[in-house]
Design a protein around this ligand. Structure first.
Ligand code: FES
Length: 920
């Protein structure tokens, strides 16, 4: 390939490089200069994670050709902080909670810096315009906007105080809106994600994916690919030494396809080469013979008696039933019965960091795997099984994760990278392209939900029947568990005495479906919350009234028969939302725009429940210098463990939370924390860490109390010291004293939550629930069908807000994700083939889609939660879609039964609605 040479400055340092005609600035920054603060989220100029500043302007470095660089001045995130001082924009991102997973952060900061240099007084609209091509999937953008406003004010010497939600009086550290300690590394571009790792002699892997959604695999000829430049090995199923299938729940997913392919993301062969381009080129030289089979492209087709069989055991993954009371008698006693059908689509997580894994063999022959996944210990189990080696010979090291939302619980590139390193004895890096990510990883289940509800004239629900069909795609993933939640939550957060719900999770030839924030509950929540509004109108009740009449309370019973004994803050969330709504003027029509409010409630289990082992371990260690470390196998996916866990330890040991080091998810160093899913880690690992901190304190207390001859209960741990009356001792001195006495400075604790039982057995299926009510105000254009969300009020019972900034950030991010589910997001599938496989055609909300969001924290403590806290990771995105759909109806009379409510679907619903839809 012809090469050229360019000279330019990167962060004021002269840089001279050889380039080809297609070399991009991003390639130079990452692969040659290893300035990995600049991220690659899509490689197509759609996501903004690669934004840098060239000659004063923000540009997308993934599409910026290097031949344009001669003499240019390039600034990257690494060049912003000067002399150890953060740039004001970096500082503001840290202080205002604008950093979650941090993968979008460097790009967003560079866009903001370019904006403020050109316009020191930007309006909110200016900020939104400047960042409209910087996607963020975690934060909901609210705090990013706030941080940029604050940075602008700081530059004018008028600092804007961080926005702090209303909270109960905090303890010493717990309950305070403290900034995340990991944010500083993330705003500086120093936080390493898996794709940022480089090792000497490293190979690159690329995967050949199936050409068909369903076919018999007859032959894979790798001979030509093996002779391609730079290729070191080409592996097929025959080269997998151990288990040829993996699966986080049930092993049915081939590591490399061997008999059939069941979806277009199936891996057929793995190429290992000196460069990524060589590896990808060689995949195209692999000749594969297929015998195409009929494609099953929907759950309705899959359940038909004559449907082609996808797996030997048939097309049914799981049949689920929820029964309570006598549903026939319940309907017989109803004054009003409503029956409707609702549909939800397949949707994509669109985390900003595509899947990446790096594997190498260490000097002891241990396979070390660096990956940003949600379940490091499950990765270890599956990698070891496929390599046919003991688990102890595999070490999984959790890197930072650029968003997950349930989409990084399954194996992606872990086994392939490990297999490559195992076979070649060289480090191997595998990074998915954005298209590959969208095609291959599990999605949110598409569902068809037929829902029948009966109520008495006074609004009391007396019966509910639901028939749910779920598209679980080609492999099991977590489908049976996800669909179980869809079913168990289908009656909503309401006490319905007579219930029958059945759900069939069907295999199809679509991409597998698995965990996605809300774990199946958003689908049935859309159905029940739409139905509640329809019922309310039929009965002449307000949306608030019907919900209050039926809302779960302490003493109430869920659809699965679980009696709720405490911490049910649902009614307070309803009251708080109604009170907040009253502060806004009644929406008036405006030309062809109609405005209206809609509400929806939700509940969501905290933890796995269902009788599954839900425990976690943690270690808290104090060294002789008084430094404190936490070791836990939990994964951080942006939700905030790096601040929550130190806050808990700081609370118990009286130290500065910023001095507490956290080691997360290293299978060689940390106890198993279980999966990071089901909003469980703050509750479960939080409790384990708290117990370990208390044990560590007791160890020190014993030594100090003996030395001072005082009861241990007299000792106070505060400000890095131990005190009893006038006497003080530093934590380091106390640690040395304890060590000298032979006491352990390393406390290992585990936490197992209260017992739960599987669905259908008497007892509690879950040990805690979060509750929420949201209201959305929308405006609908009755000519075009366009919908704009003007504001969302989101009241959430979180038990106790361990860190109000982190909790509010979760709520804002969840709401914006819910807006995407309501109005924008659908992975379009044609005969099993995804049609919108980039972040331009699969549209997620941008900063310009963000309405005013009012988070309200309700604190109805859970007796077993750490300081009363319950998990909040999933529930914020659950009721938003239904609230928006109900608001559309109240604005213009159009009832949408199928998500997303695209302009076309709204127009169809408008025509069905008749007169109210006519422009004024
Ligand atoms: Fe923006 Fe995660 S913080 S994508």
């Amino acid at each position: 390939m012809p090469t050229d040479r360019v000279s330019f400055y990167v962060n004021d340092e002269l840089c001279e490089v050889e380039i080809g005609p297609h070399t991009t600035l991003l390639e130079i920054l990452r692969d040659r200069l290893h300035l990995t603060g600049t991220k690659e989220g899509c490689g197509q100029g759609h996501c903004g994670t690669c934004t840098v500043i060239v000659n004063g302007k923000a540009v997308r470095s993934c599409t910026f050709l290097a031949k344009r660089l001669e003499g240019a001045r390039v600034r990257t995130i690494e060049g912003l902080a000067k002399g150890g001082e953060l740039h004001p924009v970096q500082r503001a991102f840290v202080e205002h909670g604008a950093v979650h997973c941090g993968f979008c952060t460097p790009g967003a900061i560079m866009s903001a810096v370019a904006l403020l240099e050109a316009n020191p007084h930007p309006s909110e609209e200016d900020i939104k315009k400047a960042l409209e091509r910087n996607l963020c999937r975690c934060t909901g953008y609210v705090r990013i906007i706030r941080a940029i406003e604050a940075a602008a004010q700081a530059q004018r010497a008028m600092p804007l105080p961080p926005s702090i939600p209303e909270i109960k009086p905090p303890l010493r550290t717990v309950g305070r809106p403290l900034p995340r300690p990991d944010a500083e590394a993330k705003v500086k571009g120093e936080a390493l994600f898996a794709a940022d790792l480089y090792f000497d002699n490293m190979l690159y892997a690329a995967v050949l994916r199936s050409a068909y959604a369903h076919a018999r695999l007859l032959k894979v000829d790798t001979s030509r690919a093996k002779s391609m430049p730079g290729v070191v090995a080409v592996l097929t199923a025959e080269d997998v030494p151990g288990s040829k299938v993996h699966g986080v729940s049930r092993p049915d997913w081939p590591v490399l396809a061997y008999d059939k392919v069941r979806y277009v993301g199936d891996a057929v062969a793995l190429v290992l080469a000196e460069t990524e381009a060589q590896a990808r080129a060689a995949t195209e030289a692999i000749a594969v013979e297929y015998e195409p089979l009929p494609v099953v492209s929907s759950p309705e087709e899959a359940i038909a008696p004559d449907a082609p069989q996808i797996h030997e055991g048939g097309n049914l993954l799981k049949h689920i039933e929820v029964r309570r009371g006598d549903v026939a008698a319940g309907f017989a006693s109803a004054d009003v019965v409503i029956e409707r059908e609702y549909r939800t689509p397949t949707t994509e997580h669109a985390f900003l960091e595509p899947e990446a894994a790096v594997a190498r063999l260490d000097e002891h022959g241990t396979l070390v795997l660096y990956v940003g996944s949600q379940i490091p210990f499950a990765d270890r189990r599956q990698v070891a099984a496929s390599l046919g080696i003991p688990e102890e010979q595999v070490r999984v090291v959790h890197t930072w994760v650029g968003g997950a939302f349930g989409g990084k619980e399954d194996i992606a590139g872990q086994i392939h990278a490990a297999l490559g390193a195992w076979v070649t004895h060289r480090p191997v890096k595998l990074v998915y392209s954005r298209q590959e990510s969208i095609i291959s990883h599990p999605k949110r289940h598409a569902t068809v939900i037929r829902l029948k509800t009966g109520a008495r004239r006074d609004g009391r629900l007396v019966a509910l029947e639901a028939h749910i069909l779920g598209d679980t795609g080609a492999y099991a993933s977590l489908g049976e568990h996800v669909m179980t939640r869809t079913a168990t939550h289908a009656a909503g957060p309401y006490d319905v005495p007579n219930v029958f719900i059945e759900c069939n999770a069907m295999y199809t030839n679509n991409p597998p479906a698995g965990a996605f924030r809300g774990f199946g509950v958003p689908q049935s929540n859309f159905a029940i919350e739409s139905q509640m509004d329809i019922l309310a109108e039929e009965l002449g009740l307000s949306p608030f009234a019907i919900r209050r009449i039926n809302a779960l309370r302490v003493g109430g019973t869920t659809a699965t028969g679980q009696v709720l004994r405490e911490s049910v803050g649902l009614m307070e969330t309803i009251d708080r939302v109604e009170a907040e709504m009253a502060k806004y003027p009644t929406p008036e029509p405006n030309g062809e725009w109609r405005r209206g409010w809609g509400i929806a409630c939700a509940y969501k289990n905290v933890g796995l429940g269902g009788g599954v082992d839900d425990s976690a371990g943690a270690v808290v260690e104090i060294d002789e210098e008084g430094n404190v470390s936490i070791y836990t196998g939990a994964a951080e996916v942006g939700q905030g463990l790096p601040v929550i866990l130190p806050q808990i330890v700081a609370e118990e040991l009286g130290v500065d939370y910023r001095q507490v080091k956290v080691v997360l998810g290293d299978t060689a160093l940390t106890p198993d924390g279980g999966p990071t899913t089901a909003s469980r880690q703050s509750f479960i690992t939080g409790n384990a860490v708290r117990r370990a901190a208390i044990q560590a304190r007791e160890s020190l207390s014993g030594a100090v109390a003996e030395a001072w001859d005082v009861p241990p209960a007299m000792l106070v741990f505060a400000d890095g010291q131990v005190r009893a009356g006038e006497r003080t001792m530093s934590l380091a001195e106390a640690a040395r004293l304890a060590k000298a006495e032979g006491r352990s400075l390393r406390a290992h604790a585990s936490y197992t939550p209260p017992k739960t039982v599987p669905l259908g057995q008497p007892g509690d299926m879950h040990f805690a629930f979060g509750y929420a009510t949201q209201a959305a105000e929308v405006e609908v254009n009755v000519r075009t069908g366009e919908v704009r969300v003007r504001r969302v009020i989101a009241a959430h019972d979180v038990g106790r807000a361990l860190n109000p900034i982190a909790v509010s950030g979760q709520i804002e991010g969840g709401v914006v994700m819910g807006i995407g589910q309501a109005l924008l997001e659908e992975l379009v599938l044609h005969q099993g083939v995804p049609q919108n496989t980039n972040l331009r055609t699969y549209r997620i909300p941008t900063v310009t889609d963000v309405p005013e969001i009012v988070p309200i924290l309700v604190e109805d403590p859970a007796a077993d939660g750490p300081y009363g806290a319950k998990g909040v990771g999933e529930i914020p995105s659950i009721p938003t879609a239904a609230a928006i759909i109900n608001a559309i109806y109240h604005a213009c009379g159009a009832r949408v039964y199928r998500l997303p409510a695209t302009p076309e679907r709204v127009r169809e619903a408008l025509s069905a609605a008749g007169a109210r839809s006519k422009p004024a």
